[in-house]
Ligand binder design. Sequence first.
Ligand SMILES: [Zn+2]
Length: 169
Amino acid sequence: MTGRLVAVPHGKAYVISSPPCNGMVTPELARELEKVLERFASEAGFSEQRPVDLEFRPGVVGHHKVGRAADIYGVAGRGLERWHERWDAVLEEALRRQSREEGKAIMDRERKTNFGWRLYKALQIHGRWSQPGGYPVQLFGPWTRSEGPWTLISSGLLRAHRDHVHVAK
Ligand SMILES: [Zn+2]
């Protein structure tokens, strides 16, 4: 039986720019997302005066059918796919540098300012997502192979998540 579903709530330092129907989830998932998104937004320097926007889109398969999953496609006015492309380009640039210090400085800056990556890491570090028996932790996105938690993600599943982050609880 499917219980009552709710929209992912707005936070203090973040706003949901997509229609509420794009992120209808169980109250439990809504609470978890609210907690993590608020932390992501405030740690990334956003505030009530200057909140960051997040875009959800509805999913259809698996956990989505019962509201136990949510898909985030955009953050800070940019799609996750764009944030990931930027990350790859900056990483390539960093690896081309002769000095390791220079390369490290480039990536340190990117880790501060790439809000797609920051969102993914906040979801990974602060969120508690479901892990059905025998399955990996249900957090998939463009950074899953490089950052975890499931670094063995198949190429097909990685490709399916190149433009959004999926979480389930
Ligand atoms: Zn999904």
